[in-house]
Design a protein. Structure first.
Length: 342
């Protein structure tokens, strides 16, 4: 049985998924090259996955058959499932609800061995466009308050079973507490200065130039001033946008370019690191007091990239502090020094 439970002290929601208990006993490492012959995500193995939700294909290509560029399928072991009944209820002082939501997989390419750093521009753009299309579609469901797009690359980042490059989409019936903290911070800043704090950060970083790794007409990559981990990066649009779905075609080209260049740098300097890449996006627009009233003006979507070069230990869990052994300025300098022609 899967259900959502709310921590009455912090307000944090937790997905209790007892069906996956056996995964604790099966933490086998992924062969990074993987087994292409038996990989269900490889082209020609479409019958080994659930029927595709959607796909980017050449005109005339048949669904659930070879010939695709990007496929989106239901996760075979979803942590949340489509259900029209939220079933909100109390158990004493505790709050619970049903496991309402969506869990999808975006298979990024027919090529088993390619990843963010070596996709061509056209393929990278297709993947980023697929993210946009799934967000647009899932936000039509008013039960779904937040749509998270993320990627786990490598065992240390949580990719345990399939090496073939893929991203995931999870839509939840509540706004995650991490996002609520960002919304509260951006709203407070906007109330004081009537400006987006992310836009001010972008202006400051472009002026200082010490933590900016990459930039083009539409986007920049920077190492955050208070980075938690070595080589942590953020990719932000220069134009103010609260919602990823508002990205335009030319901006998708620019985002594709900066994605490739950023991940090429990380790949070269860290030798194909495990990483998590997460899209921080505005929540689904629903009638709600507080942050949602000004969200279009005070929030700014962005990607967060965390190379898994360190373990999170007791001090971090107990305090929320992180100890980063590398100055962000040094990390940015290292990344900028990479020869992208290699």
């Amino acid at each position: 049985m899967t259900e959502l439970r709310r921590d009455p002290i912090t307000g944090r929601w937790v997905i209790i998924n007892a069906q996956q208990e056996n995964h604790l006993l099966d933490l086998r490492p992924v062969d990074h090259d993987g087994d292409e012959e038996h990989c269900p995500f490889c082209e020609g193995h479409e019958d080994q996955t659930s029927a595709e939700i959607c796909a980017l294909r050449p005109e005339g290509s048949k669904p659930n058959a070879p010939g695709w560029y990007v496929r989106c399928i239901p996760n075979i072991n979803p942590v949340l499932t489509v259900n029209s009944d939220l079933g909100r209820r109390g158990v004493g002082l505790f709050d619970m609800m049903n496991n309402v939501g969506v869990h999808e997989v975006i298979i990024e390419s027919p090529d088993h061995r390619k990843d963010y750093h070596d996709y061509g521009p056209a393929q990278m753009k297709r993947i980023l466009a697929a993210y946009r299309e799934r967000i647009v579609e899932l936000k039509k469901n008013q039960h779904l308050k937040y749509v998270l797009v993320f990627k786990n690359h490598g065992k240390r980042a949580g990719s345990l079973h399939i090496a073939h490059a893929h991203s995931q989409v999870i839509a939840t019936p509540v706004v995650p507490i991490r996002l609520k903290m960002e919304l509260a911070g951006t709203r407070k800043y906007f109330q004081m200065k009537e400006r987006c704090i992310f836009c001010d950060v972008i202006r400051q970083e472009l002026k200082d130039e010490v933590r900016v790794v990459e930039q083009n007409d539409g986007f920049l990559t920077l190492v955050p001033f208070a980075s938690r981990f070595p080589y942590e990066c953020a990719i932000l649009p220069k134009r103010h946008m609260a919602r990823y779905e508002d990205i335009e075609e030319k901006e998708l080209d620019d985002l594709s370019d900066i994605f490739q260049r950023t991940f090429h740098r990380l790949h070269q300097i860290l030798h194909d690191p495990a990483y998590n890449c997460v899209l921080h996006d505005a929540p689904n627009t629903v009638p709600k007091k507080g942050a949602w009233k000004t969200i279009g003006k005070d929030y700014h979507w962005h990607f967060e990239i965390i190379p898994r070069t360190m373990r999170t230990a007791g001090f971090e869990w107990g305090t929320g502090f992180h100890i980063n052994p590398m100055a962000p300025e040094k990390a940015a300098e290292d990344l900028k020094s990479v020869d992208l022609s290699e």
